[in-house]
Design a protein around this ligand. Sequence first.
Ligand SMILES: *Cc1c(COP(=O)(O)O)cnc(C)c1O
Length: 397
Amino acid sequence: MTDFAATKAMFYLPDGMIYLDGNSLGPLPKATVARVERAVTAEWGEKVITGWNRAGWMAQPTELGDRIGRLIGAEPGHVVLGDTLSIKVYQALAAAIDLVPDRRVILTDSGNFPSDIYMAEGLIKSLGRGHELRVVDPEDVANHINDDLAVLMLTQVDYRTGRLHDMKALTAKAHAADAVTCWDLAHTAGAMAVDLQGCNADFAVGCTYKYLNAGPGAPAFIYVAPKHISSCQPALSGWLGHEAPFAFDLDYRPGTGIERMRVGTPSVLQMAALDASLDIWDQVDMDALRKASIALTERFIAGVEARCPQLTLASPRDPQARGSQVSFAFEDGYAAMQACIARNVIGDFRAPNIMRFGFCPLFIDAGDVDAAIDVIADVMGNRLWDDQTYKQVARVT
Ligand SMILES: *Cc1c(COP(=O)(O)O)cnc(C)c1O
């Protein structure tokens, strides 16, 4: 059992702010400040280049990978950190395509995050082997799994609506059709337990700056199932994925196991931030987290629906069918979200009309939910959003 009052005290949150955006950028764990300072001064400052060995920098991508592995049900030694999520999507998809050389169809859904789709399109173009990206409605994915499918590439929780795909059933169906699966866990890792092993997933990727609180620009992760790792050919064959980087051979040979999915120099300072946030995550019981998350989202939906008839629920009503976020559709959603943010209730807006709120029980409790509902009801009921200052669209929404 996890003590969520205790975890709440481990995060720094600005005074009076109700932060319902941990699904976009997780807040700062208090211990991160000293951990990053240590990495800067005692490691980089004092050890300089010897830090690669003496401060263990070179081993961080796999050591931290294993700690994330526990949260997503991965076998030890099968998760590595590095790069950004878009890059990891490219790597995973390229490796997956290679495993099914005779087929050309990659299936995804229209709720997938655009970067995943763009990376797939770019990869298909540079391969030049006639692959086709088929983008279907999220509800229709299962019906499109058939014998021409090479790779099923999905984001488990829809960034816009929070709709949750059934990873186990869809993976089983893809396997029955002799296809492989690539799962993006951007909105599941740290939001709920994931069971990659139990689902028999082939490849998975995710990021650490959302629910995992490692800060803006923190590295992504990639998982490759044990049955694929030794046949997996890295498309991004960087030197740190080489079998012997410091032999400086001119011929590339993939490294052992998951090490081959490394590319270049890891972001050591960001790894330090991740190390500190995982100190919290190491203690979290993922089943307790999911239970608490569902209680928060149910409370939020009930409160908003009772008091804001202007807003339409855009997330699945069944808590088992959604992640740890709640979205409402509203035509002037951008301005309405700006009005909430001006009153210290922080969520975000996703075009064309979605107001999105994320709930992480590590630092959000029922009192925060009630206070947020009061603000949203005030903004909606009194049309506080109907103000020119809230309608200027910023660069980041
Ligand atoms: C947040 C997110 C990304 C972002 O990718 P970066 O390369 O880290 O900027 C990609 N895919 C999904 C599904 C996401 O939710």
